[in-house]
Write a protein that binds this ligand. Structure first.
Ligand SMILES: [Zn+2]
Length: 496
């Protein structure tokens, strides 16, 4: 079943500023930040003495069948910094949030000696590979093209911080149910695996919840319900707790969306689009070279002594990153986001997300801790992911009809599985880029042909089980094989 973008439950707010007054307009809309530095340093801001919900918008009815938006990542992009705790603290000042990283980094596949060109392989159809092709050279040149300019990254980060800060301030001062929200950032922009331009950001506003029981819907899904104990129903989010003790994803999401719209209403030239589960702000200023898309995503930050039982066979990183790292991950909170896809189990469900762990893993991805540090050995894991995402993106552009539904989250999952089964850093040495990328593509083809790609954290959940037709999976596998066997003509702009 393919996802239908038109039916998505998202508010799309487009912001087009005609002149450089745009920055000033942001400041006008966030008076508490006035006088502070242009960096949105809302952290030192005093809390409002008393919150009011006077501007709270009424929640619209929950749609019967929420169709979802398939973003790059089906999980929310979270960037959680704090440690989890099973005990609920007294209500206090909002926790320090993590700023958008204006700097850049990430492994570069340029480091290390250039590997020898590999012999080309025959294509599935027996077509001989082109002799003049040097996959390594093409891959390295492609990576160079995909690099994001530091200046672009910094400008985008400043813009995003400004808007996020405005929403944070509004939620903190003007609402009761969302005043303790924590902002979390992950996704490719924060994992240094974003390609081309820093034009897509995702920020989750997560409500901390404690002593919450998470129950999976059926076997093999990432969907679940969240139950709170009777005595906990006096929490700030209690208005969303239903008779049976479950927190209503629909009600909370609808209310949140309306509040976000109010929070950014003073920004110039807003266009509110109907449809998606997140609130998407599209920001275009005259001094920007490209528009930035910012998804504001609602979430629950679940504080528990461990992850739910249905994740127990997942996240196999013991032989790669170590048992201690895994244990530490399990002490951290995990996140639930309102379901974005069609869920056959319930019209009101949450989906579990480990994007904060994914971010940690991608940042600290070596068996040796110093992997890709300045003084350490450089590897090609991130380079492989960038190339895989780029290949998928480019194939999707070229074959829109057949491949439109494929998410780059699949690429990330393929890499995580590959890293967890090929744990040696030497395997991923930069000199092996071409070989590693070839292997990664062969992995992907196998998953696609079998129609089964297990969720890295929930092995019983097949990411290809819904939303992807068998036929489109086979198409993608064939397209990838064709590129792999012919020296990636698509990267060099060849017509093949
Ligand atoms: Zn590395």
């Amino acid at each position: 079943m393919s996802l239908c973008w038109e039916n998505l439950l998202t508010s799309h707010v487009s912001l087009f500023n005609a002149d450089t007054a745009a920055r000033a307009s942001f400041s006008r809309a966030a008076p508490a930040s006035t006088g502070e530095s242009s960096e949105m340093s809302g952290r030192g801001r005093a809390r409002a003495a008393q919150s009011t919900d006077a501007r709270r918008a009424k929640s619209p009815a929950c749609p019967a069948a929420t169709r979802a938006k398939d973003r790059e990542d089906p999980s929310p992009r979270t960037a959680h910094k704090g440690k989890g705790s099973a005990s609920e603290p007294e209500r206090g000042p909002r926790r320090k949030r993590e700023e958008v990283d204006g700097g850049g980094g990430g492994a570069s596949a340029r480091a290390g000696p250039r590997p020898k060109p590999e012999p080309n392989r025959a294509s599935p159809g027996g077509k001989p590979a082109r002799e003049e092709t040097d996959p390594s050279r093409i891959l390295l040149e492609t990576l160079e093209k995909l690099k994001i300019k530091k200046q672009h990254r910094a400008e985008a980060a400043a813009t995003i911080n400004e808007v996020v800060d405005m929403i944070e301030k509004f939620m903190e001062e003007e609402t009761e149910c969302f005043r303790q929200m924590v902002t979390l950032r992950t996704g490719s922009a924060y994992e240094n695996v974003k390609i081309n331009e820093p034009d897509e950001f995702d920020v989750m506003f997560a409500v901390p919840v404690y002593r919450t029981r998470v129950q999976q819907f059926g076997d093999g899904s990432a969907f679940c319900s969240a139950h709170v104990d009777r005595e906990r129903r006096t929490r700030p989010y209690s208005q969303f707790v239903q008779e049976d003790g479950t927190i209503s994803a629909c009600d909370m999401l609808n209310h949140f969306r309306e509040l976000v719209k109010v929070a950014v209403k003073d920004l110039d030239s807003l266009e509110v689009k109907k449809g998606c589960p997140a609130v998407t702000l599209q920001i275009m200023k005259s001094d920007m070279e490209f528009p930035i898309s910012l998804d504001i995503v609602l979430g629950l930050e679940v504080h528990s002594s461990s992850w739910p039982s249905f994740t127990k066979d997942g996240c196999k990183i013991e032989k790669w990153l170590g048992s201690k790292v895994k244990r530490d991950f399990k002490f951290k909170p995990f996140y639930l986001v309102p379901k974005y896809e069609v869920c056959c189990f319930s019209t009101d469900a949450w989906r579990i997300s480990f994007s904060h762990v994914e971010k940690d893993i991608l940042k600290n991805h070596g068996k040796v801790k110093t992997c890709c540090e300045k003084q350490g050995v450089q590897c090609c894991r991130k380079a492989c992911l960038k190339l895989l995402k780029h290949l998928l993106h480019t194939l999707k552009e070229r074959h829109q009809k057949e491949l439109s539904e494929f998410s780059s989250y699949l690429a990330k999952t393929v890499l995580l599985h590959a890293c967890s089964s090929r744990v040696d850093d030497n395997y991923w040495a930069t000199a092996n880029l071409s070989h590693c990328f070839q292997m990664l593509l062969e992995d992907f083809e196998k998953y696609l042909k079998s129609g089964s790609l297990p969720n890295f954290f929930i092995p019983s959940h097949n990411l290809l089980a819904s939303g992807y037709s068998r036929r489109s999976c086979e198409h993608l596998a064939d397209f990838i094989a064709e590129q792999r066997n012919n020296g990636f003509p698509i990267f060099s702009g060849s017509s093949q």
